[in-house]
Design a protein around this ligand. Structure first.
Ligand code: FES
Ligand code: FES
Length: 150
């Protein structure tokens, strides 16, 4: 089945099986910045933005994404650079497994809420697992990033 969608601001057509997930479609087409972790909706590293909302690409069927706008970290390169800088400054950058999903979630939060509270941030990041940090350094980095203009 042909699915037409926008990927990182470019129109794309993918020929997919009915059971194919967006994670599979993207990685089958060399979009390797979308990470495959648990493949079971539990870790958050495969997060992409669908019409601006963070979603797990391992649990989305591509056939249901006709005409949707998909953003990966490749589509928000400048913001990812800023986020990485703050993660580095706060010592939050370790193995990097969680970084793409985390970056897209934080970026979406910044788009959706002005001046989010600490609770807002924690709520937004539920499901983005990090096995390396205790989340404290990341939390400080995220707050610094959220304080920057978009
Ligand atoms: S790979 Fe999708 S949530 Fe882990
Ligand atoms: S930095 Fe290793 S899982 Fe988050």
């Amino acid at each position: 089945m042909i699915v037409k969608l926008t990927l990182n601001h470019q129109e794309k057509r993918f020929d997919v099986d009915a059971s194919e997930t967006l994670l599979e479609t993207l990685r089958n087409h060399d979009v390797m910045s979308v990470k495959k972790g648990c493949d079971a909706s539990s870790c958050g590293t495969c997060t992409v933005l669908v019409d601006g909302k963070p979603m797990l690409s391992c649990s989305l069927l591509t056939v249901r994404l006709q005409n949707k706008h998909i953003i990966t970290v490749d589509g928000i390169h400048d913001e990812v650079e800023k986020i990485s800088t703050y993660f580095g400054l706060e010592g939050a950058d370790q193995c990097g497994f969680c970084n793409p999903g985390m970056a897209l979630s934080i970026y979406a939060l910044k788009q959706m809420l002005s001046n989010p509270s600490s609770e807002d941030i924690k709520t937004f990041l539920v499901g983005n697992l990090c096995r390396c940090s205790g989340y404290q350094a990341q939390f400080k980095a995220i707050k610094r990033y959220l304080g920057d203009p978009l």
